[in-house]
Design a protein around this ligand. Sequence first.
Ligand code: MEV
Length: 440
Amino acid sequence: MPRKKIIKGFSKLTPQQKVEAAGGFFSNRESALKTLSSFKHPDPEVQNLLSGISENTISNFHLPYNVAPNFLINGKVYMVPMVIEESSVVAAASSAARFWAGNGGFSSAVINKFKNGQLHFLYSGDTSVLKSAMPEIDNFLREHAKPLTVNMEERGGGIKSIELKDCREIINNYFQLNVLFDTTQAMGANFINTCLEDFSVALGTYFENNGGFDQKKYEPLMAILSNYNDQCLVEARLSCPVENLAPDSKGLPPEEFVRRFIMAVKIADADVYRATTHNKGIMNGVDAVIMATGNDYRAVEAGAHAFASRSGSYRSLSSATVENGNFVFSLKMPMAIGTVGGLTRLHPLAALSLQMLGEPDAGELMMIAACAGLANNYAAVRSLVTTGIQSGHMKMHLSNILMQLKAGPEETAIIKDHFSNRKVSFREVSEYLEKVRRTK
Ligand code: MEV
């Protein structure tokens, strides 16, 4: 077996050399290399594009590209693209979307759409001079960054505000510039970070050239966007008369269903163990849309969970109530995403997703993703307070097991029928399949 050793200059190897070098880390090198190669795109141009997105690419990791139809959002019907590996998420989103399409659909709105960034620095000079010079510093920084911001300004965006925050309670001499950006249709990470790094240099120049300041007492520390986008918020809402829920309440009287549903959301609002799972159910829908449109799901995840903790405790992102006989279920969360820049146009399937959604702008995409999150949250809580989630999950699990066991269509039908009211486990299914095969 080839030896596993430290490899110097790995990034400089050719793609084939990288595959060869990685080969030594597999127990069955030949079979691994064959699998890696089989997942490469047959069109070299597309493969180059995919490899160019990241580094040290040795193959592609495929995930299912799915659609959830019948999303009625603000009166418009969408076919929503969802990239996700977890079985039943797309089925759950589709079933919720279908039900709610007959009950007024989703209403959604962007609350605000500004992104945050921070310049973290130390200043040990006269801080009262620093504080009082802020209006002038603000002007100077904007002028300095003009070559970077001019295009964004032409598109209607740019730097919205710059605020000095005194953080000396945390670390001696520590201050922040908290900067708010409007990045229009882009998520804007590169724009924000470039501007902040420019500010980091410009602030030093300002201190050097203005009386009352001492440039030597300035130490820039970090210039970086914040993924806690509490000023880039979206809201999604479902509402219908309680009695309309009857066809969707799995045999429970609708009032009883709503009573149990509201309790479940209240528990998620009060108990961190439940809140985390409840919010994960929301992120099932949100992340799947974020992935399908080439956006940064880690950024949205991080922001969502920070927002869920804004009161000091980690709580539910959604809330449920009854108002004048109407069941109301809503979600509010940060959603820093874009429809230009990043992978959104570069990845052919991300571009196709946006096309399928009718070329939404960033705000519309925020709403679609939030509605997918609310749909999945509704479907999960609906199942939890009625049948439990395992019956649905196990149906999908059974299909996966049958696929693994290479069951034919006839065998699949017999086994699905047999397990329709029985507990599913890999062992039970494979034993029953053996039996079916023996009796053929
Ligand atoms: C599974 O991916 C998501 C759920 O656990 C969410 C929830 O419990 O609300 C079903």
